[in-house]
Ligand binder design. Structure first.
Ligand SMILES: C[S@@+](CC[C@H](N)C(=O)[O-])C[C@H]1O[C@@H](n2cnc3c(N)ncnc32)[C@H](O)[C@@H]1O
Length: 409
């Protein structure tokens, strides 16, 4: 099967079924480094805050997820029903939320959940938020709800204990015959599995100690077609509270992109017919950790080129290899895909070049660098980090020199 995804933001790609990988995004023409292949808007967004947060409430708008300049009313507009549990940045966001993400039904169900005995973990509380958002979506936008159900994940697995528990809890407190009859425990379990395999996290800025947490999760119908590779050839940018001067900021400023949209850009040239993949987590993770996450959250064993090399490594061999390769100046670029395995010794370390060229060198960032979009077909020499937003000049040797930073946040 080969289809072009049905969303206006998809560019120069097709979605194809690949044996053992499900749907996959394929370049339908040769792509230049930095080229945008997708702009996507969420069909479902929900806060990553636990229902009963230990510290304070949200300081962002519950509709567009921008930080509120002043979280206290009257600058922020509270939901008229649940008051300060949900705040909004403007009358437009409040009004849109009351008809979509924060309907009276959602508001009432979340309030009842908050007033029930607290769920034992924050993870369960966030899953409960997701289920309420998904049930609500089935009421306000049945076609979007069907798209969520059509995502990959959860087929044939029996509901686990958490799914059974959350299902009976929510069904017992929410109003609505439609919800009661439609949502079986199997549907609830499938929704949770689809969320785990497809949701993107919109991140908070770095904290004082360099830590980061998720502000909101979103289901992006087209971005969810990208498969994973531990050495990806594309990466995702988002725009929440965007304050960099990169492509993201420019797009956000001229209104061509919304605060919660995502954009996918290829990080180096990609030939026609090649699959375009993202990494589902920072690329610096070790083999065992990557495999664990992919199995637990996404249900597959990764057999990408990098994993096929690293499967035989011990933990410290991997660290030694990365350190050794950082000094290697004999790595070359392949015209086709930007990464070339070297001769002899270097062929054991196909990812060293990737780390040098495409991994952000800001402390504890681990973001991926992609060039700014080409201008009139000319590739940009400025690389942008998809996590911290820093812009850096690309040197010809393939490394990113800290002195070349164009902007530090
Ligand atoms: C976000 S979806 C990607 C699109 C998915 N293939 C589909 O058909 O909709 C994530 C799921 O795709 C599959 N997947 C992603 N990367 C894969 C890979 N490298 N090898 C095999 N399956 C993969 C897994 O089933 C995973 O749970």
């Amino acid at each position: 099967m080969s289809t072009t995804a049905d969303h206006g933001g998809v560019q120069n790609t097709t979605v194809t079924q690949i044996q053992g990988r499900g749907r996959a995004v394929i370049a339908s023409k040769p792509l230049k480094a930095g080229e945008i292949v997708l702009k996507d808007s969420p069909i479902l967004l929900y806060s990553a805050l636990p229902l009963n947060p230990r510290r304070g409430g949200a300081v962002y708008c519950f509709h567009c997820f921008k930080t509120l300049p002043n979280p206290n009313p009257p600058s922020a507009l509270p939901c008229p029903l649940c008051s300060s549990s949900a705040l909004f940045c403007s009358p437009a966001c409040l009004s849109a939320a009351l008809q979509s993400s924060h309907t009276p039904w959602t508001c009432q169900t979340l309030t009842r959940l908050r007033n029930s005995p607290p769920l034992r973990t924050e993870e369960l509380q966030v899953q409960a938020r997701f289920l309420v958002a998904a049930y609500n979506l089935s009421r306000v936008s049945p076609p979007d709800f069907q798209r969520v159900l059509g995502l990959d994940g959860g087929s044939g697995c029996p509901p686990d204990a958490d799914a059974v528990f959350l299902h009976s809890l929510i069904i017992s407190i929410c109003d609505g015959e439609q919800v009661m009859s439609f949502f079986t425990v199997e549907v609830t379990a499938a929704l949770l599995a689809k969320d785990r395999a497809n949701a993107f996290g919109l991140m908070e800025p770095f904290g004082d100690k360099g830590e980061r947490s998720v502000r909101a999760y979103g289901i992006y119908p087209n971005a969810s077609f990208f498969n994973h590779d531990c050495l990806p050839n594309a990466c995702r940018f988002d725009y929440v509270d965007c304050n960099t001067s990169g492509a993201a900021a420019a797009a956000a400023a001229n209104g061509s992109i919304c605060n919660t949209d995502v954009v996918v850009r290829v990080i180096h040239d990609v030939p026609q017919g090649r699959e375009i993949c993202l990494s589902y987590f920072p690329v610096n993770l070790k083999y065992s950790e990557r495999q664990r996450r992919l199995k637990e959250d996404y249900g597959f064993t990764c057999t990408c080129d990098r994993c096929n090399v690293e499967v035989n490594w011990s933990d410290n061999e991997e660290e030694e290899a990365v350190a050794m390769e950082e000094d290697n100046d004999e790595l070359m670029v392949d015209e086709d895909d930007g990464v070339k395995e070297g001769e002899g010794e270097e062929s054991d370390f196909p990812h060293a070049y990737f780390f040098l060229r495409y991994m952000c060198n800001r402390e504890n960032c681990w973001g991926t660098l992609a060039p700014l979009p080409p201008s009139n077909g000319t590739p940009s020499s400025v690389m942008e980090c998809n996590v911290c937003g820093n812009l850096k000049k690309n040197d010809d040797e393939g490394g990113m020199d800290g002195d070349d930073a164009l902007e530090e946040e």
